[in-house]
Design a protein around this ligand. Structure first.
Ligand code: RTP
Ligand code: MG
Length: 142
């Protein structure tokens, strides 16, 4: 499996709970490396553009409201099979359905406040990384 990069966000609920470091440890302990990172407070425009694929969904307004409710940590993770590996570490979208030991099972409260985002495909990873980072801000080892 090839080395990939994926876009990860520690969402406002997890930043508020002071568990950025504990979530980063999950990445580091499982073969993923943080190769870019920034803390941001997203505007409605930036959050809406990021989740543009969900614009017509009934939960879109709640999603944008939540993602703009406080600061987030945005990072690029790099490693073997990074996109699927990060999704595996995150667990299911609804933390009540997430496997034990996953980030969402351990740190998330609800389907809205679900602790982390992760790109779901190679094309979304490429789009999402470029959405937040210039290539000069990504310190790839690959
Ligand atoms: P994310 O994009 O944040 O990593 O989450 P995901 O891939 O696991 O889930 P996705 O389908 O992309 O949905 C994006 C976010 O929208 C909220 N959502 N609410 N009420 C609902 O039925 C519903 N479905 C999705 C979640 O907060 C999800 O993380
Ligand atoms: Mg998604």
């Amino acid at each position: 499996m090839a080395v990939q990069r994926t876009l990860s966000i520690v969402k406002p609920d997890a930043v508020g709970k002071n568990v950025i470091g504990r979530i980063y440890s999950r990445f580091e302990d499982n073969g993923l490396r943080v190769v870019a990172a920034k803390m941001l407070h997203l505007s409605e425009d930036v959050a809406g553009g990021f989740y543009a694929e969900h614009r017509e969904r009934p939960f879109f307004a709640d999603l944008v409201g939540f993602m703009t409710s406080g600061p987030v940590m945005v990072q690029v993770l790099e490693g073997e099979d990074a996109i699927a590996k990060n999704r595996e570490l995150m667990g299911a979208t609804n933390p009540k359905e997430a496997d034990a030991g996953t980030i969402r099972a351990d740190f998330a409260e609800s389907i809205d406040a679900n602790a982390v985002h992760g790109s779901d495909s190679e094309s979304s990873a490429a789009r999402e990384i470029a959405y937040f980072f210039a290539s000069s801000e990504v310190f790839s080892r690959a």
